[in-house]
Design a binder for this molecule. Structure first.
Ligand code: CO
Length: 291
């Protein structure tokens, strides 16, 4: 096997683990179930199957689009929510990324809009397509259901230990764009909403990543930094770090060594649905590794 083919095999293995995990996790999302239980079950199942979580399981509800994950002693349970599970697996840093919407809110058409946009985009993609035109397909498909795409969230490339690598894959027709090439690995993730079609930062962070390797003075911050090194540049959850890390987290954030991902919410409080697959671009189409 060539070195490149070995790398593609790691992506494919991450994708196979992820599609099994996604199915099991989605089954758990029911009214009254604990968000923390679903998150821990999902992340443990990834490890049992031989992968590592590429980022904390995102469990976003209703007008939340992303970056929501339960805290250490979270008591929240699902109600009649529109629930998005966004899950990632990596093998030696090679990441597969997928998302599914489980609708407990009685809005199946909104879910169908995101799913259809993802399928149309997958059918459209091959080496030589412009990312702007992929955005156009997503925008038109979601529009045909009477909804809007979230215009300031995009799909993305994937690289070793880098969850959001170029190119961005817009969810609407954008000027410019780049041409996809054979062997490009990208995550396509349309979001559909009955709101305005934009998200804003809404504070309250449980997910962080390392942004600098600058030395840190305080002993507890230094000890935490040592524990965080294994995540490299990948996102991690505060709840993975035990109970008494608040002080060290604040020190590392102030020193701009780690950075939080704020929760993202729809600007008008609209409901949001999401669908996502990771693909490898081929000459005449694409290979979906998270099917
Ligand atoms: Co993604």
């Amino acid at each position: 096997m060539s070195e490149n083919e070995e790398i593609f095999e790691k992506y494919r293995l991450a994708g196979r683990i992820l599609s099994e995990v996604r199915a099991e996790a989605a089954k758990m999302v029911t009214v009254g179930e604990s968000l923390l239980k679903v998150a821990e079950f999902t992340e443990n199942l990834i490890r049992e199957k031989g992968g590592e979580p590429a980022f904390p399981v995102n469990i976003s509800r209703n007008d939340e689009a992303a970056h929501s994950t339960p805290s250490f002693n979270d008591k929240a349970v699902f109600g009649n929510d529109m629930v998005k599970l966004d899950i990632g697996v990596h093998i030696d840093g090679y990441i597969a990324d997928t998302a599914i919407t489980v609708d407990l809110s009685g809005n199946p058409k909104l879910v169908e809009a995101a799913n259809a946009a993802l399928e149309e985009a997958i059918k459209f993609i091959h080496a030589g397509v412009n990312t702007s035109d992929i955005g156009g397909v997503i925008e038109d498909t979601i529009g045909s259901f009477g909804f809007k795409p979230i215009s300031n969230l995009t799909g993305h490339g994937l690289a070793q230990y880098i969850q959001h690598a170029p190119p961005a894959i817009p969810n609407k027709r954008m000027p410019g764009g780049v041409i996809l090439e054979t062997g490009d690995i990208v995550a396509i993730e349309p979001f559909a909403t009955n709101g305005a079609g934009r998200i804003r930062n809404a504070g309250s962070a449980e997910i962080y990543h390392i942004v600098s390797d600058r030395p840190v003075r305080h002993p507890s911050a230094r000890a935490l930094m040592h524990d965080l090194e294994k995540y490299k540049t990948l996102p991690f959850a505060k709840r993975w770090l035990g109970e008494r890390v608040d002080f060290a987290i604040i020190q590392l954030t102030k020193a701009q060594i780690i950075q939080p991902y704020p929760i993202l919410k729809e600007v008008q409080g609209g409901l949001i649905s999401q669908a996502e697959h990771t693909i490898i671009v081929t000459e005449d189409g694409c290979e979906v590794i998270t099917r």
